[in-house]
Design a protein around this ligand. Sequence first.
Ligand SMILES: Nc1ncnc2c1ncn2[C@@H]1O[C@H](COP(=O)(O)OP(=O)(O)O)[C@@H](O)[C@H]1O
Ligand SMILES: [Mg+2]
Length: 425
Amino acid sequence: MPASTAAKDKRTTVTERPKKTKQPPAHPESLEQRYLKLLEAVPDAILEVNPHGQIMLLNQAAERMFGYSREELLGLTVETLVPAALRGRHHEHRASYADHPQTRPMGSGLELEAQKKDGTLFPVEISLSPNWRDGELNIIASVRDITERKRAEDRIRAIREQFTVELSAKNDQLEARNREVERANRLKSEFVASMSHELRTPLHTIIGFSELLAEEVEGTLNAKQKRFVGHVLQDAHHLLELINEVLDLSKIESGKLELQPELFEFSDCLEEVLTGARQAAQSKNVRLENRSNFAAQLYADRTRVREILNNLLSNAVKFTDSGGNVWVESSVNSGFLEITVADSGIGIAPEEQAAIFEKFYQVGGDNRRIREGTGLGLAITRQLVELHGGQIFLESSPNRGSRFTVTLPLAKTPAFRSTVDRKQS
Ligand SMILES: Nc1ncnc2c1ncn2[C@@H]1O[C@H](COP(=O)(O)OP(=O)(O)O)[C@@H](O)[C@H]1O
Ligand SMILES: [Mg+2]
């Protein structure tokens, strides 16, 4: 392509452009003109005020914002733009600014308002800066209309307030519901407690008269009759045990079980429980041994300690097959007596060891190999131990037996110490 053609093409393009956009100025703008444009382009109203408060200079934004024309505003005092109610004292503010002229926001921390020509007020943010001219202090005020921002803030505040109101209403509902649940739970525990009580009375009658029949006081029974009475007695005892356990647990859970602590010799209490357990052990051919051979005085609820030992021993015997061993050990550890009921029985898998302390839980309970029992014994035992300030631990593995250890508080009297020392030595 020849050079002349290219130059011609270029010229064509340049001459076409002015049809679409404005003609660029023939002479470059002066710096003053550019400043002027800058002033007119800003969205904030900018006003220059002389020492008498008269408006000397303003930009387009000021005209738009206040609704005056430039000609109307020039020469008026700046108080014209101040809300009528505050106008009277505004000159004082101007005077105090003149004492400390520096660039700063006006009335910082205050909610400022300005007034339009038609009298409407609108929220503004104003910053002031000094402008010395011919030895006189003029003030340049830059005014920003914050109506939109305020509106958004008000909306957010309203939403927040509504949210707070709703939240506190929800909280009230929740509290009311909680109180209801607590009340229902208490009523349930009271109901269970009184029901269990009512059930025990007729059951004692059934057991008492069945025992009389079984003892053949009123005449001999034939073999079948004896077997029948035997069944009645066995199930009645089982039912009584269940009711007693439910009653115990409901008492504990409703906080109604009060311990009756007393001083007593632990070995005596243990011997009583062992005597009771011996028959069951013998009939299963399980050896029952007392390896706890020193004396210690407990300060505890004796009946409840018997219950704890009884639960652990009856479990140990129940879950140990013929030819196995069950034994009791004890030791003293920092103010507590540690009692271990151990057996060489079926043991408990690690994943079951926490669950067995839950109410009604029995290992393998779902495959109908359930042995007699309610699944409440250990739940009660743990609660009773903890009520005494003690703890219960379990070490066990399947087919290698179990060791249940409970800690109970020792009596702290000097008499107790001398007893222990004497009997240990
Ligand atoms: N010494 C033990 N050896 C093996 N398993 C035990 C032993 N003690 C308790 N368990 C398991 O824990 C379960 C819960 O015991 P417990 O609360 O006393 O209820 P229950 O004796 O009425 O079944 C038992 O059913 C049994 O599966
Ligand atoms: Mg049990």
